[in-house]
Design a protein around this ligand. Structure first.
Ligand code: GLU
Length: 485
């Protein structure tokens, strides 16, 4: 006993001596290694790794955006540094790059799992999602986990979903089988279920919320899990300074406000693509259109458009609301981005006259840039699509159309290709990456419908209808124009 005490004392004094020696050495050489946070501040830049998807990072008409990107930008601002974005090919690429120190953190809709906690520090969670089993309506509908064994189930490799299946297989349902692919993104998996190539997949609820509008024949069979935390991942072998800074960032009330705004912006408008009833449209034409008709006519004459097309576009953009503001920060009756307005010399985007003039000018510029090899009316439809999704993505779609044996000068062919830009096997080879390619197709389709109604209305003889007849007319129009989705 006595000896032991002596030994401990002896070793304690040895430790203290060594510590003093190290401290003296560090004080003399001044070589205390800066923390990761200090290094980041010194370099003026923080690198995030993410993936190109509708819930993380993508490009739209206002430039690059996405829930993760916007949140990470706020974090970079909080640190006082620039944000650099690295885009990984798939989930395992994210983890490899993080491990190699090619990024400071991963912000990619990552679920916090016990397995991942072994090699990563996770920040405070900022989103909760459930893992949902998706099936095709009219197809086999599984009711519980065991039913998944009756069909073909495919999930992304290295995902939290594949881990959940492994756990279920080893703990509860040994007969469970499934396939995995590293190259299939959520939209690819949904596409495969939708087209009948496979029976089921598993995706996060936020992802399904965003994408379900494009796959009306898909539905949630059941939730495979309780709500799961989504958080940023930091590599475990680094010091914890950046991770601690992220947690401080998440504690701030400004960040909580930011998170609420981001949820509203990315997940709160999910019915935005639904066709607004013809009845409402007709009511609005009576109430509002007269006010702006002169401005539409002026802009249309100047750029050789039919004024009713510009009016239809203005309705699709903002319902003729000069103070409209979208979740991506585009504003005004014709919903111009700040940069576009600047380029066009528009001073006040909220002024209806200026916005309409700017919208007409911008559409005309896009039409010119599309080139005369595309004949009318396709050239105008493509210009509209570019107004919605950006010229870069439209060009990608045209190139892809050609590669797939279609005619890049025909809207009919290009509109079939645009939605493919949301599928990884297509967008990974394009210049501008992931796009919500269904959106411009719906956008053009809606405008054409509104336009038809305006032309039809214009060509009617003014007839004074009783209130009851007006309602009948409106509802018959609603059946002629079926809902889009
Ligand atoms: N949350 C999933 C994960 O962390 C990724 C999303 C997906 O691939 O659906 O693995």
């Amino acid at each position: 006993m006595k000896r032991e005490i002596i030994m401990i004392r002896g070793s304690t004094s040895l430790v203290v001596k060594s510590l003093i020696a190290v401290m003296c050495f560090l004080a003399l050489t001044g070589s205390v290694r800066p923390t990761d946070l200090e290094q980041t501040r010194m370099s003026g830049e923080i690198v995030m790794i993410t993936r190109n998807s509708p819930t993380t990072y993508y490009e739209d008409r206002s430039g690059v955006t996405g829930y993760e990107y916007e949140l990470a930008s706020a974090f970079a601002d909080y640190l006082g540094v620039d944000l650099k974005v690295e885009v990984a090919d798939n989930l395992s690429d994210i983890f490899t790059k993080l491990d190699k120190g090619q990024a400071a953190f991963a912000a990619a809709g990552l679920t916090v799992t016990d397995e991942r906690k072994r090699w990563a520090y996770f920040s405070e969670p900022y989103l909760k999602v459930s893992e949902q089993v998706i099936y095709r309506r009219g197809g086999m509908r599984p009711k519980q986990v065991i039913d998944l064994a009756n069909g073909q189930l495919v999930v992304s490799s290295d995902s939290s979903h594949s881990q959940r299946l492994l756990n279920l297989q080893s703990d509860e349902v040994p007969e469970l089988t499934w396939s995995e692919s590293p190259d299939l993104e959520v939209s690819d998996l949904l596409q495969m279920v939708s087209s009948g190539n496979i029976d089921f997949t598993i995706v996060d609820s936020n992802e399904f919320d965003v994408l379900k509008a494009y796959f009306p024949n898909l539905a949630v069979a059941f939730d495979l899990s309780e709500q799961q935390n989504i958080a940023w991942a930091f590599e475990l072998s680094r010091d914890s300074s950046l991770h601690d800074a992220a947690n401080e960032f998440f504690k701030q009330s400004e960040t909580r406000d930011k998170l609420a705004a981001l949820s509203e912006r990315f997940y709160g408008h999910l019915d935005q693509l639904n066709y607004v009833g013809a009845k409402r449209f007709l009511r609005q034409t009576e109430k509002k259109l007269d006010r702006y008709k002169g401005d539409f006519q002026k802009a249309a004459d100047k750029h050789e458009f039919d004024w009713r097309l510009l009016a239809a576009m203005g309705y699709q953009e903002s319902h003729w609301n000069p103070r409209a503001k979208s979740f991506t920060g585009v504003r005004g009756l014709m919903m111009l981005t700040r940069n576009t307005a600047k380029e066009l010399g528009i001073k006040n985007r909220l002024d209806a006259k200026q916005s309409i003039a700017g919208g007409g000018l911008y559409l005309s510029k896009l039409r010119k840039r599309i080139g005369a090899e595309v004949h009318e009316p396709d050239r105008t439809w493509m210009a509209l699509a570019a107004y919605n999704v950006g010229l870069g993505h439209l060009r990608d779609a045209r190139k892809l159309t050609k590669e797939m044996g279609g005619n890049p000068n025909l809207w009919l062919d290009v509109k079939d290709t645009l939605p493919l830009l949301s599928q990884k096997r297509y967008y990974r080879h394009t210049a501008h990456g992931y796009a919500r390619g269904h959106e411009p197709v719906t956008y053009v389709q809606n405008i054409r419908r509104y336009y038809d109604v305006l032309v039809w209305q214009d060509e009617q003889q003014p007839v004074f209808l009783e209130e009851e007849q007006q309602v009948m007319l409106s509802s018959s129009l609603m059946t002629v124009i079926p809902p889009l989705l």
